[in-house]
Design a protein around this ligand. Sequence first.
Ligand code: SF4
Length: 386
Amino acid sequence: MVFLEEEYWKRFPLWKDVSKDEWFNWKWQVRNRFKTFEDVEKIVSLSEEEKKAFLKTSDIFHFGTTPYYFSLIQRFSKEDPVYRQIFPSLEEIEEEVQKDAYLDPFNEDIMSPVSGITHRYPDRVLFRATNFCSVYCRHCMRKRMFLEEERARTKEEYERMFDYIRSNKNIKEVLVSGGDPLTLPNKKIEYILKNLYQIEHIDIIRIGSRELVVNPFRFFDEELLELFDRYDKVWLVTHFNHPNEITNITKKAVKNILSTGTPVLNQTVLLKGINDNEKTIEKLMRDLLKVKIKPYYLFFCDPTKGVIHFRTDLKKGIEILEHLRGRVSGLGNPIYAADLEGGLGKVPLFPNYLLEETEEYYLLRNYENKTVKIKKKKGKGGGRGI
Ligand code: SF4
């Protein structure tokens, strides 16, 4: 976890006159987003080569970051996990690198009965509230949104989305995502939550947002916290990928969220050059628990156009799980999963702990490779073996 001192941002000449009230205001963070190369140059001067890559790539896939997230960069180089998640690189647009990737690998736009809704599993739908994000992550699985103009949905679109959910009683859970739905104004969030909350067959409203990572001040906004409290079907799923993203400000923000009774879970994407090693993921899981976020998923990186260069070997995630088991408490062990192309759903992947099955027993191993046989039950009763 990173400790940010009081008024730490004043170390940067650009922000030396920014008051605490401004820096801690989520709207100030969104208003003062960096969107261009000129914005970046106000803080750091990049080499000609880096400049060329930035301009060429961001012309296709947008660039954007909040000042807060930018301030978490510790070194202005590709080795830095925050830098790498926001700075455009040429690999994103190199055809040879991206040749096995797709703009919409999971057919979200095809499995869409109504614009803005993806219905893949019987009991859940994806509800894409906006295509706007305060930070454009280079590894975003919906990177195709970066190609479009930023916009929120119209009222008519939202109404059609609510109607679809109302008329499908099998739907129990709505994943409100985007873009980032918590970049919307409170009035719009209230409108969405109220409509979903009033649908009796909806048990869970799961909000997928990166604001806790890139603009934690969003959760210092009493009005938003009051909405979480009132519409108490809300769960928040966030997206931390590296321990450098977790700060003392994150901790305060999580405390505010938890005070509304809203659980906070995290999804991490396994990203080459950012977090694809045992030590980093172990620290990330520990730091998430320290601020009371439950690690939920670790995802194999998706085959998305502009993203696939971040992909590791599939087995890397299994090796990482093998490392975590026995070292970090069960609370800090996420589910490792790969999303299958074509919208076929997520597949959980585990190290193999069941080594053998005979007519008599199962042979299990633990994290230290010590083995134990468990006798099979025969008829009524049965028993546990050695
Ligand atoms: S905040 Fe989420 S939706 Fe937005 S760019 Fe990042 S990963 Fe994609």
